[in-house]
Ligand binder design. Sequence first.
Ligand SMILES: Nc1ccn([C@@H]2O[C@H](COP(=O)(O)OP(=O)(O)OP(=O)(O)O)[C@@H](O)[C@H]2O)c(=O)n1
Ligand SMILES: C[C@](O)(CO)[C@H](O)COP(=O)(O)O
Length: 232
Amino acid sequence: MAESYEVILLAAGSARRFAHPEKLNKILVPLADRPVFDYSFRLFNADISCLKIWFVVNPADQDLIQEQLTAMYKVMPEKIEWVIGGRERQDSVSRALAQMTCTDQRKVMIHDAARPFVTNELLEALIQAGKESLAVTLGIPAKDSMKIVRDGRVHCSLYRPEVWHIQTPQLFDCKVLRQAVDQAETEHFYGNEETELVERAGYPVKVIQGSDHNFKLTTAFDYQVARMLKET
Ligand SMILES: Nc1ccn([C@@H]2O[C@H](COP(=O)(O)OP(=O)(O)OP(=O)(O)O)[C@@H](O)[C@H]2O)c(=O)n1
Ligand SMILES: C[C@](O)(CO)[C@H](O)COP(=O)(O)O
């Protein structure tokens, strides 16, 4: 049987790179018959191993999200615990952790609500890997050549077989994640994502195969691709 976990569903970003003409958050835009956030939300809500969904939102979006959930589910799904997000992603995670109880063995998943193509198979692979690891992330190997570029010039070239694109969901031992986030805060360090913080705190991070489909809606182009995949 799959291990139980709680998920932090991150939806409190500002979607600047998405640049919606009416400034709508990308997690709220429609994809086929539902808002983007509902694709991952629905998966976690239906997964019996998922005990709670810590839904991290912007105050400005919360009413609309609640309206949409009530329209889709008729009553507010019981697993939801609302969290108001912070300025940076890490602040949003930290605020969710502050509301959670990290018991021994508790696993916590973190997922970008802006990744609507996550599947049960990816969740299952992560949960299996999490039985033997304190921190696991999905990733996919880089396909293009990868370089560090500074001021428009190549600073160095990276050895591609060792370069991976990191995705969510990511799965953590709750106490390890909390320690890593606390340490980063004490040291005024901000990472791009949470496995970076766990790595920095000295713990090994396992990477397992994600999926090309599990991309993040970052720009308007990503949305066009997502619509082609879901609406045709
Ligand atoms: N302070 C933040 C920043 C991001 N996120 C969430 O983290 C996920 C991935 O972040 P990103 O793609 O960077 O989203 P945005 O911050 O919304 O985008 P941008 O950086 O273009 O403004 C998104 O689901 C976003 O809502 C969050 O919960 N809290
Ligand atoms: C966590 C992440 O999805 C991994 O690719 C990504 O880092 C989140 O986006 P951000 O732009 O770094 O906030």
